[in-house]
Design a protein around this ligand. Structure first.
Ligand SMILES: Nc1ncnc2c1ncn2[C@@H]1O[C@H](COP(=O)(O)OP(=O)(O)OP(=O)(O)O)[C@@H](O)[C@H]1O
Length: 760
C-alpha cells in the first residue's frame, strides 16, 4: 500500500474541510449580522429576508457535506484530475477554481458509468472512504488498460466499496448511495425531467434509492423551475416517509414535500382505518362518476304541488316551492322556472359552487318577473303598469330577501367536499347493495380514512371553491400594500439630496428601479414560505415534478388526485407489481397511465437486488413462483452462506422471545413481521419491543405487520405464521432482511416455503 498516496489524499481532505469550515463561518456570520440589522423600511427588510433565506439554504447544504464530503477522484488520460463530492466547493481564488465537484455535475458522470470497455476518457477512478475527516481507505480502478502506473490501492475486487455498503449494519434510517450508484441506476437518476418515467424492479433493486437521488438530481439540473414549483414524493405510509426522510437533507436538499396520499387534502388528517374491502370500492375509477351523479342530485327541482293549486281545474298544477315574502306575500318558485335556471347554470360547465350564482340570478329574475306581473297587472288588460325603475327596485328586494335565498339553497345548496362525502358515505347511492354496505358509515362517525382522501379531492373538483370572499379580501390587502409601498417610495424620493444629480455620485434609489406595485409584490413574496410548505397547504398546487414510490399500491382514484397535482405530467413512478398488497392497487402501468398520457411513457427495469442475499431471495422467489410460474426474480448481488430457517412451535411467544434474544445483532436492527391479530400477545412476550401504527424504526427490535414492512429493511427478520399472511404480503415480508431470515409457525407452512427453508 502506498502511504504517500494516502498522505496526499488526507492532506487534500484536510484542506477541503478547512475550506468548508470557512464557508460555514462566512454564511453563519452573514445570517447573524443580517438578523441583527434593524431592517427599517420595506426595501431593507426585503433584502434582509432574501439574504437570510439564501445563506440559510447555503448553510444547510454545507452542513450536509460534513459526512463523506468527498468520496471519489477522477483522473483523465488528458491530465484533468477532479475530486467528486456530495456538494461542489470552490477555492477562495479569483477564478473560484473547483476543489471538489458536485456528484450531479456532468463531468462527474464517468465516476458512475466508466468501465474498462468504455472508459469515457478516464485513466483511473478512485473511491475514497472516510470516517469523519479521516481517510480510512482508497480503492483504485485502472480503466486505461495500457497504463502501467500502479498506486498500490488497486482493489482485487473493484466492488469492495459497494459490498461494504451493502453489508453494513442497518440503522433504521435509509442512507444515500452517492458513493456507489451503479450504472443502470445512474441512467435513471439523470434521465430528462419531462414526461412519465416508470421504474420497475423487484425487491431491493434500489428503486427507492434511485427515486430519491433522482429528486436531488432534478433539483440540481432544473433548479430554477423546480425550486419554484417544488417536488412531491409520495410514499405508502408515514413510517416509510420517516425511514427515507434523511436521504435528501443529507444530499443538501430540503425543499421537497414528502407525503402519503392520505396527507394530500390540506386540513384533513386520515386517522381511521377502513374495514376490509372498503378501500377497494372507494378506490375504483367508477367512483368519479358516482360522485358526479351525487353532486347532480343536489341540484334539485321542486317536488311538491303547493296546497290549493289544483282549485282552478283549467290549469295543470305544477310542483313549486312556496316562498313567504315578508312584504309581497307568497311567491312560487315552480318546476319550469327551476328547470330552466338549472339548465342555464349547468351549461356554464362550472363546478357546482361556482355555477350556483348563475342558478340564483336566473331564479331571482324569474321571481321578479312573477312579482312584477302580479303587482303591475292592468285590471283593464293593458300593458304592465310598472316602469323599468320600479321593476329594478323589485329585483333588488327579491335579490336581498332571506326567504328567496333559503329557497335557492334548498334547490342548489352550497356544499363542502367534507359534507358531500359524509352524506354520500352515510347513504351510498349508485353502487350495488354489497358495495354500498361495505363503505356505509353513519354521519355521526367522524374521522377520515386514507381511501376517503381521493374522494374528498374529487368532490372538491366537482364542487369548486367559492373563494370570491377570500379573493376580495386579498385584493383589498394588496391595494393596501401598494398604497403603503407608494408612501415609502414617495418618502425616499422626497429625501433625495442634490448630490444625486451629480453624475459622479449617481446611484440607483429604490424608486428608480421599482414601482410601488412591484415593490409590494416583492415584499409579499419575501414573506412567503418555501415552495414545499406552500404546496402542503394548497390543494390546487401544481408541482414541478412528482415521484411516487410503491406506485403499484395506489388506487385509480388516488391516481386522479396525483395527476391533478402534476398537470405537466413530469413524473417518476417506481414500483413492483409483484409486491402489490393493497386491495385497491392497480397492478398494470398501462391501465394506470392510459387515461392520462396514452402510451407516451417510458418503462425501465432494474434487475439487481442489492438488499437480499441470494439464499433469502431463493426462498422468497419460491413463494412468488407458486402463484406466478413465469416470475423472474432479481439477481442478488451477494450471498452470505447463511440459509434461512424455520421453527415449528406450540408456544409462539416463548419461541419468538428466544429467537429475538439470540438473533438481535450487536449493531443493526431486527424486525418481527407478524399478522396484526397476534401483535398484542407478541408484544407482551418481547419486553422493550417497539410496535404500533408508527414504531420507532431506529430501535433495535420492532414488531410490524406485513403492510408496515413495505419498503423497509433490517439486518435480521423473523416472519411469524406465514400461512396467515396473503401471498404478495408474504413475498414483501421475506425480502426485508439484509443478513438473515427465520420463520416461526404453529400450524403447517405453505408447501413451497417448507421446501425452501431448513428446519431448526
Ligand atoms: N448503488 C447502491 N449502492 C449501495 N447501496 C445500494 C445501491 N442500490 C441500492 N442500495 C441499497 O439496497 C437497499 C435496497 O434499496 P431500496 O430500498 O431502494 O430498494 P427497493 O427497490 O425500493 O426495494 P423494495 O421494492 O423492496 O422496497 C438499500 O439499503 C439501498 O441503500
Amino acid at each position: 500500500m502506498s502511504t504517500e498516496e494516502f498522505r496526499n489524499e488526507q492532506q487534500f481532505i484536510t484542506g477541503l474541510y478547512a475550506r468548508l469550515d470557512d464557508l460555514r463561518d462566512q454564511a453563519e456570520r452573514a445570517v447573524r449580522s443580517a438578523l441583527a440589522e434593524p431592517g427599517s423600511g420595506l426595501q431593507a427588510r426585503l433584502e434582509r429576508d432574501v439574504l437570510v433565506a439564501e445563506q440559510s439554504g447555503l448553510l444547510s447544504a454545507l452542513n450536509s457535506g460534513e459526512n463523506g464530503l468527498c468520496f471519489g477522484r477522477l483522473e483523465f488520460s488528458d491530465g484533468r484530475d477532479h475530486h467528486i463530492g456530495r456538494i461542489g466547493i470552490r477555492q477562495d481564488d479569483p477564478d473560484r477554481t473547483p476543489l471538489v465537484l458536485d456528484w450531479r455535475a456532468e463531468v462527474a458522470r464517468p465516476f458512475y458509468l466508466a468501465t474498462g470497455h468504455t472508459p469515457m476518457g478516464l485513466r483511473r477512478r478512485r473511491h475514497i472512504t472516510t470516517r469523519g475527516r479521516e481517510v480510512t481507505a482508497l480503492h483504485d480502478e485502472i480503466l486505461d488498460l495500457t497504463d502501467t502506473e500502479r498506486t498500490g490501492h488497486e482493489g482485487a475486487d473493484a466492488d469492495a466499496v459497494l459490498l461494504a455498503a451493502l453489508d453494513a449494519a442497518r440503522t433504521g434510517r435509509m442512507h444515500d448511495i452517492v458513493q456507489t450508484i451503479q450504472a443502470e441506476q445512474d441512467r435513471i437518476i439523470r434521465s430528462p425531467h419531462a414526461g412519465v418515467l416508470v421504474v420497475e424492479g423487484g425487491p431491493g433493486t434500489g428503486k427507492t434509492a434511485v427515486a430519491l437521488h433522482r429528486a436531488a438530481y432534478l433539483l440540481y439540473a432544473y433548479r430554477e423551475l423546480l425550486a419554484k414549483r417544488g417536488v412531491l414524493i409520495v410514499g405508502p405510509n408515514p413510517a416509510f416517509l420517516g425511514y427515507i426522510g434523511e436521504v435528501l437533507p443529507a444530499l443538501g436538499e430540503t425543499g421537497v414535500l414528502l407525503a402519503t396520499v392520505g396527507e394530500l387534502f390540506p386540513g384533513v388528517h386520515a386517522t381511521r382505518a377502513d374495514r376490509p374491502g372498503a378501500a377497494a370500492v372507494k378506490g375504483r375509477a367508477a367512483m368519479a362518476d358516482v360522485l358526479a351523479r351525487v353532486v347532480g342530485d343536489r341540484q334539485a327541482l321542486p317536488e311538491n304541488v303547493p296546497a290549493g293549486s289544483g282549485e282552478d281545474s283549467s290549469v295543470v298544477p305544477e310542483p313549486a316551492l312556496e316562498i313567504d315574502h315578508d312584504d309581497y306575500g307568497t311567491l312560487l318558485l315552480d318546476r319550469t322556472m327551476a328547470h330552466e335556471a338549472r339548465d342555464r347554470a349547468r351549461a356554464t360547465g362550472l363546478p357546482h359552487n361556482l355555477a350556483r350564482p348563475y342558478f340564483a340570478f336566473r331564479v331571482i329574475d324569474a321571481l321578479t318577473e312573477q312579482l312584477a306581473d302580479r303587482l303591475g297587472a292592468d285590471p283593464y288588460g293593458g300593458p304592465n303598469l310598472l316602469g323599468p325603475d320600479d321593476i329594478a327596485q323589485l329585483g333588488k328586494e327579491i335579490a336581498t330577501s332571506a326567504e328567496v335565498h333559503a329557497a335557492i339553497d334548498t334547490l342548489w345548496p352550497p356544499l363542502t367536499p367534507e359534507q358531500l362525502v359524509t352524506d354520500f358515505l352515510a347513504d351510498p347511492t349508485y353502487l350495488d347493495a354489497a358495495d354500498a354496505e361495505l363503505i356505509r358509515r353513519p354521519a355521526t362517525e367522524t374521522g377520515w380514512t386514507a381511501a376517503d382522501i381521493p374522494l374528498l379531492d374529487e368532490a372538491a373538483e366537482l364542487l369548486g371553491e367559492d373563494d370570491s370572499a377570500r379573493r376580495a379580501a386579498e385584493e383589498r390587502e394588496r391595494l393596501e400594500r401598494i398604497a403603503y409601498a407608494q408612501g415609502v417610495l414617495d418618502l425616499s424620493q422626497g429625501s433625495e439630496s442634490y448630490e444625486f444629480e451629480d453624475a459622479e455620485n449617481e446611484y440607483l434609489a429604490a424608486h428608480d428601479i421599482i414601482d410601488a406595485e412591484r415593490m409590494a409584490e416583492r415584499h409579499e413574496e419575501a414573506d412567503h414560505r418555501s415552495a414545499a410548505e406552500r404546496a402542503a397547504a394548497d390543494r390546487t398546487w401544481a408541482f414541478g415534478h412528482v415521484i411516487v414510490d410503491e406506485a403499484q399500491e395506489l388506487s385509480a382514484m388516488a391516481w386522479r388526485l396525483l395527476m391533478r397535482r402534476c398537470p405537466t405530467r413530469s413524473m417518476t413512478l417506481v414500483g413492483d407489481p409483484a409486491q402489490t398488497g393493497d386491495e385497491a392497487g392497480c397492478g398494470s402501468w398501462k391501465r394506470i397511465l392510459a387515461p392520462y398520457v396514452g402510451n407516451r411513457w417510458e418503462l425501465v427495469r432494474l434487475g439487481v437486488n442489492y438488499r437480499t442475499p441470494a439464499e433469502i431471495m431463493d426462498v422468497a422467489s419460491a413463494v412468488l413462483r407458486a402463484r406466478h410460474p413465469g416470475f423472474e426474480p432479481p439477481r442478488s448481488v451477494r450471498s452470505t452462506g447463511v440459509r434461512p430457517w424455520s421453527r415449528a412451535t406450540d408456544d409462539l411467544p416463548a419461541a419468538l422471545a428466544e429467537a429475538v434474544r439470540t438473533g438481535t445483532p450487536q449493531e443493526g436492527r431486527l424486525a418481527v413481521i407478524a399478522p396484526r391479530p397476534l401483535h398484542e400477545a407478541l408484544t407482551a412476550a418481547l419486553p422493550g419491543v417497539r410496535a404500533g401504527a408508527e414504531p420507532d424504526l431506529t430501535h433495535a427490535v420492532v414488531l410490524l405487520d406485513p403492510r408496515q414492512a413495505k419498503g423497509l429493511e433490517f439486518d435480521t427478520v423473523l416472519v411469524v405464521e406465514p400461512a396467515d399472511i396473503a401471498p404478495s404480503d408474504l413475498y414483501v415480508a421475506l425480502t426485508r432482511a439484509t443478513q438473515s431470515l427465520g420463520v416461526l409457525h404453529t400450524g403447517p407452512l405453505p408447501e413451497e416455503l417448507g421446501e425452501a427453508l431448513v428446519s431448526r
